[in-house]
Design a protein around this ligand. Structure first.
Ligand code: ADP
Length: 154
Protein backbone atom coordinates (compact mmCIF):
# COMPACT_ATOMS: atom_id res chain seq x y z
CA UNK A 1 0.00 0.00 0.00
CA UNK A 2 1.13 3.56 -0.68
CA UNK A 3 2.16 6.04 1.96
CA UNK A 4 1.72 9.77 1.48
CA UNK A 5 2.53 12.90 3.45
CA UNK A 6 -0.03 15.41 4.67
CA UNK A 7 0.80 18.59 6.56
CA UNK A 8 -1.85 20.52 8.42
CA UNK A 9 -0.56 24.03 7.82
CA UNK A 10 -0.46 26.82 10.45
CA UNK A 11 -3.84 28.19 9.28
CA UNK A 12 -5.39 24.76 9.81
CA UNK A 13 -3.92 24.55 13.31
CA UNK A 14 -5.07 28.08 14.22
CA UNK A 15 -8.55 27.43 12.92
CA UNK A 16 -8.93 24.24 14.92
CA UNK A 17 -9.22 21.95 11.90
CA UNK A 18 -6.82 19.23 13.03
CA UNK A 19 -9.55 16.87 14.21
CA UNK A 20 -11.68 17.54 11.14
CA UNK A 21 -8.84 16.75 8.73
CA UNK A 22 -7.88 13.56 10.58
CA UNK A 23 -11.52 12.53 10.81
CA UNK A 24 -11.93 12.78 7.04
CA UNK A 25 -8.97 10.52 6.33
CA UNK A 26 -10.04 8.03 8.98
CA UNK A 27 -13.65 7.88 7.80
CA UNK A 28 -12.48 7.36 4.23
CA UNK A 29 -10.78 4.12 5.29
CA UNK A 30 -7.22 5.41 5.13
CA UNK A 31 -4.78 4.39 7.84
CA UNK A 32 -2.83 6.91 9.93
CA UNK A 33 0.66 5.41 10.31
CA UNK A 34 2.55 8.52 11.51
CA UNK A 35 1.49 11.68 13.33
CA UNK A 36 3.40 14.53 14.96
CA UNK A 37 3.46 18.27 15.61
CA UNK A 38 6.62 20.06 14.57
CA UNK A 39 8.09 23.46 13.74
CA UNK A 40 9.56 23.86 10.27
CA UNK A 41 12.70 25.87 9.54
CA UNK A 42 14.05 27.58 6.40
CA UNK A 43 16.17 24.58 5.48
CA UNK A 44 13.41 21.98 5.41
CA UNK A 45 11.02 24.40 3.75
CA UNK A 46 13.46 25.25 0.98
CA UNK A 47 13.81 21.53 0.30
CA UNK A 48 10.10 20.81 0.57
CA UNK A 49 9.09 23.77 -1.59
CA UNK A 50 12.09 23.75 -3.98
CA UNK A 51 9.68 23.86 -6.96
CA UNK A 52 8.33 27.25 -5.83
CA UNK A 53 11.46 28.66 -4.14
CA UNK A 54 12.16 31.09 -7.00
CA UNK A 55 8.60 32.46 -7.12
CA UNK A 56 7.96 36.00 -5.87
CA UNK A 57 5.48 34.72 -3.28
CA UNK A 58 7.96 32.24 -1.74
CA UNK A 59 9.17 34.45 1.13
CA UNK A 60 5.56 34.94 2.20
CA UNK A 61 4.97 31.18 2.14
CA UNK A 62 8.14 30.60 4.16
CA UNK A 63 7.03 33.11 6.81
CA UNK A 64 3.53 31.62 6.90
CA UNK A 65 4.76 28.03 7.25
CA UNK A 66 7.16 28.99 10.08
CA UNK A 67 4.68 31.16 11.98
CA UNK A 68 3.22 28.28 13.97
CA UNK A 69 3.80 24.55 14.21
CA UNK A 70 2.37 22.17 11.63
CA UNK A 71 1.05 18.64 12.06
CA UNK A 72 2.68 16.02 9.87
CA UNK A 73 0.60 12.96 9.05
CA UNK A 74 1.67 9.86 7.18
CA UNK A 75 -1.40 8.32 5.57
CA UNK A 76 -1.45 4.82 4.10
CA UNK A 77 -3.88 3.13 1.73
CA UNK A 78 -4.49 1.79 -1.77
CA UNK A 79 -3.43 4.57 -4.19
CA UNK A 80 -3.25 6.84 -1.14
CA UNK A 81 -1.27 9.59 -2.93
CA UNK A 82 -3.95 10.29 -5.51
CA UNK A 83 -6.86 9.69 -3.13
CA UNK A 84 -5.54 12.15 -0.57
CA UNK A 85 -4.82 14.79 -3.26
CA UNK A 86 -8.42 14.50 -4.46
CA UNK A 87 -9.68 14.82 -0.89
CA UNK A 88 -7.60 17.98 -0.38
CA UNK A 89 -8.76 19.81 -3.53
CA UNK A 90 -6.96 22.29 -5.79
CA UNK A 91 -4.39 24.83 -4.58
CA UNK A 92 -6.64 27.90 -4.84
CA UNK A 93 -8.94 27.00 -1.95
CA UNK A 94 -11.73 29.42 -2.80
CA UNK A 95 -12.24 27.61 -6.09
CA UNK A 96 -11.72 24.08 -4.76
CA UNK A 97 -14.68 21.71 -5.00
CA UNK A 98 -17.06 21.63 -2.05
CA UNK A 99 -16.55 18.35 -0.24
CA UNK A 100 -12.78 18.70 -0.42
CA UNK A 101 -10.80 19.96 2.58
CA UNK A 102 -9.67 23.14 0.83
CA UNK A 103 -13.07 23.59 -0.79
CA UNK A 104 -14.88 23.35 2.52
CA UNK A 105 -12.49 25.30 4.73
CA UNK A 106 -10.36 27.70 2.68
CA UNK A 107 -10.55 31.00 0.78
CA UNK A 108 -6.86 31.61 0.06
CA UNK A 109 -4.20 30.31 -2.34
CA UNK A 110 -1.48 30.42 0.31
CA UNK A 111 -3.48 29.58 3.43
CA UNK A 112 -5.06 26.42 2.05
CA UNK A 113 -5.14 24.34 5.24
CA UNK A 114 -3.20 21.27 4.08
CA UNK A 115 -0.28 20.06 2.03
CA UNK A 116 -0.45 16.66 0.32
CA UNK A 117 2.25 14.92 -1.73
CA UNK A 118 1.57 15.21 -5.46
CA UNK A 119 3.18 12.03 -6.82
CA UNK A 120 4.26 8.61 -5.61
CA UNK A 121 7.96 9.55 -5.92
CA UNK A 122 7.50 12.80 -4.02
CA UNK A 123 5.43 11.05 -1.36
CA UNK A 124 8.26 8.64 -0.70
CA UNK A 125 10.77 11.50 -0.37
CA UNK A 126 8.45 13.66 1.73
CA UNK A 127 7.57 10.90 4.20
CA UNK A 128 11.33 10.41 4.71
CA UNK A 129 11.85 14.16 5.05
CA UNK A 130 9.32 14.55 7.84
CA UNK A 131 9.45 11.20 9.66
CA UNK A 132 12.23 9.06 11.05
CA UNK A 133 11.91 5.35 10.29
CA UNK A 134 10.84 4.58 13.85
CA UNK A 135 8.07 7.21 13.72
CA UNK A 136 6.17 5.24 11.06
CA UNK A 137 4.06 2.45 12.53
CA UNK A 138 3.04 -0.87 11.04
CA UNK A 139 -0.14 -2.37 12.44
CA UNK A 140 -3.18 -4.32 11.29
CA UNK A 141 -6.41 -2.42 10.91
CA UNK A 142 -9.36 -4.72 11.47
CA UNK A 143 -11.70 -2.55 9.40
CA UNK A 144 -9.62 -3.32 6.28
CA UNK A 145 -11.76 -6.44 5.96
CA UNK A 146 -14.70 -4.13 5.24
CA UNK A 147 -12.88 -1.28 3.50
CA UNK A 148 -11.26 -3.41 0.77
CA UNK A 149 -12.02 -6.62 -1.08
CA UNK A 150 -9.61 -9.52 -1.62
CA UNK A 151 -6.38 -8.55 -3.33
CA UNK A 152 -7.00 -4.79 -2.84
CA UNK A 153 -5.97 -5.41 0.75
CA UNK A 154 -2.44 -6.69 0.08
P1 ADP B 1 -0.13 22.36 -3.87
O1 ADP B 1 0.11 22.63 -2.41
O2 ADP B 1 -1.60 22.38 -4.23
O3 ADP B 1 0.56 21.09 -4.36
P2 ADP B 1 2.00 23.99 -5.13
O4 ADP B 1 2.94 22.86 -4.94
O5 ADP B 1 1.90 24.60 -6.49
O6 ADP B 1 0.48 23.58 -4.71
O7 ADP B 1 2.37 25.17 -4.14
C1 ADP B 1 2.77 24.91 -2.82
C2 ADP B 1 2.11 25.90 -1.89
O8 ADP B 1 2.58 27.22 -2.20
C3 ADP B 1 0.58 25.98 -2.03
O9 ADP B 1 -0.12 24.99 -1.33
C4 ADP B 1 0.31 27.37 -1.49
O10 ADP B 1 0.33 27.38 -0.08
C5 ADP B 1 1.50 28.16 -2.01
N1 ADP B 1 1.23 28.82 -3.31
C6 ADP B 1 1.19 28.24 -4.53
N2 ADP B 1 0.92 29.15 -5.51
C7 ADP B 1 0.78 30.34 -4.86
C8 ADP B 1 0.52 31.68 -5.30
N3 ADP B 1 0.32 31.99 -6.58
N4 ADP B 1 0.44 32.65 -4.36
C9 ADP B 1 0.66 32.38 -3.04
N5 ADP B 1 0.93 31.15 -2.58
C10 ADP B 1 0.99 30.14 -3.46
Amino acid sequence: MEKTLVLIKPDGIQRGLTGEVLRRFERKGLKIVGLKMMRLDEVVLREHYSHIASKPFYSGIEKFMMRDPVIAICVEGLNAVNTVRIMCGITKAREAMPGTIRGDFGMSVACNVVHASDSVDNAEMEVKRFFKKEEIFEYDKSEYEHVYIGDERS
